[in-house]
Ligand binder design. Structure first.
Ligand code: NAP
Ligand code: ZN
Ligand code: ZN
Length: 351
């Protein structure tokens, strides 16, 4: 066991503050990772504020982790000290259920072990995330970071990247397909980049008119201001596929109306309950589905795809002590497009 510097929230209404956590010594299959960077996902905010009603405190958030292998257990075969690696939203699962065997560990029948705000397989030991200087993870849940990915920008791929890559691929984003990305935040901006890299025609559907120039710069073909009712109406029936990444309550019927016959709306954002009418689906035989991050195999595939195609997140780097300010700014949509914490700042604080 060793004491590790971290930032934690002690309750749903307290700010994040310095905190010391225990990390286990690496077991025979473990990799100890010196964390260099950690992205800030809106799910961190939802959970710190207990908006989903299943938060455990103290909470050390962070599930977009990039770092260097510091030490490996004696049976670890896939990693060596010094390598750059990533850790995403989960650090373990049962490994024998149908979902785990299919490489879809996020749907583990016994529940995946969340990187934070969860419990290890013993269901007793709390897990703590990447707002910390070091983490210890079983090698089967650690990703290789390809050389070609810029280290300081790669962290958001571990959640925002896989969460958008998986449904884009599953629902056939590609040449000749019109894809809408609703909500241009951390997930949304990755959806734009990935859908473009897959060859689709991409429209950003945003309620923030000020984001238009940025959306086009990211590679989007079109921008629609969803706050303008007449503009939205003109898009009725226009899309094959829409990824809805909006984090706040909104009207799903308006999103469904944008789909053509047999088109698909994928819910990715996890806002409070939002209205849905049967007619929105029935009238054009539309499909409504959801998507949850992605398995380890597909996450590695996404990292390799991004390395090969030169796809990387747009980030704003912050020191750890700016975390509470970053949360407020993220809530206002004031970030292009993902905050990433430089953990060197926390090591310095500790010195
Ligand atoms: P984010 O960076 O804060 O982006 C959310 C976007 O939602 C904003 O940029 C904004 O886009 C839009 N939005 C915010 N408030 C709105 C409002 N009142 N009305 C309409 N649109 C609004 O968040 P993120 O990190 O991308 O995460 C997005 C959501 O996905 C969160 O709910 C998060 O928990 C969830 N998530 C799900 C998974 C999964 O596996 N399913 C994984 C990760 C995250 P515009 O300004 O462009 O409209
Ligand atoms: Zn996330
Ligand atoms: Zn399982």
């Amino acid at each position: 066991m060793s004491k590790i510097r971290a930032y934690a929230a002690q309750s749903a209404n307290s700010p994040l503050e310095p905190f010391a956590i225990d990390r286990r010594d690496p077991g025979s299959h473990d990799v100890a990772i010196e964390i260099a960077f950690c992205g800030i996902c809106h799910s961190d905010l939802h959970q710190v504020r207990d908006e989903w009603g299943r938060s455990h405190f103290p909470m050390v958030p962070g599930h977009e982790i990039v770092g260097q292998v510091a030490a490996t257990g004696r049976d670890v075969s896939r990693f060596q000290a010094g390598q750059w690696v990533g850790v995403g939203c989960f650090v373990d699962s049962c490994r024998h259920c149908e979902a785990c065997r299919a490489g879809e560990e996020q749907f583990c029948a016994d529940g995946m072990t969340l990187t934070y705000n969860g419990f290890e397989r013993d269901q007793v030991t709390p897990t703590f995330g990447g707002y910390s200087t070091r983490i210890v993870v079983d090698e089967n849940y650690v990703l290789h970071l390809p050389e070609a990915l810029p280290r300081e920008r790669a962290a958001p791929l571990l959640c925002a990247g896989i969460t958008t890559y998986s449904p884009l691929k599953r629902h056939g984003a590609g040449p000749g397909r019109r894809v809408g990305v609703m909500g241009l935040g951390g997930l949304g901006h990755m959806a734009v980049k990935l859908a473009k890299a897959m060859g689709a025609e991409v429209t950003v559907l945003s309620h923030s008119a000020r984001k238009q120039a940025g959306a086009l710069k990211l590679g989007a073909d079109h921008f629609v201001d969803t706050a303008k009712a007449d503009l939205l109406k003109s898009q009725s029936g226009a899309y094959d596929l829409i990824l809805d990444t909006v984090s706040a309550s909104h009207d799903y019927n308006a999103a469904l109306d944008l789909l053509r016959r047999d088109g698909t709306l994928v819910l990715i954002g996890v806002p409070p309950p939002s209205p849905l009418a049967a007619g929105s689906l029935i009238m054009k035989r539309r499909h409504l589905t959801g998507s949850l991050i992605g398995g380890i195999r597909e996450t590695q595939e996404m990292l390799d795809f991004c390395a090969e195609r030169g796809v990387a997140p747009e980030v704003e780097m912050i020191p750890m002590e700016k975390i509470n300010e970053a949360y407020l700014r993220m809530d206002r949509g004031d970030v292009l497009y993902r905050f990433v914490i430089d953990l060197a700042s926390l090591r310095k604080e500790a010195a």
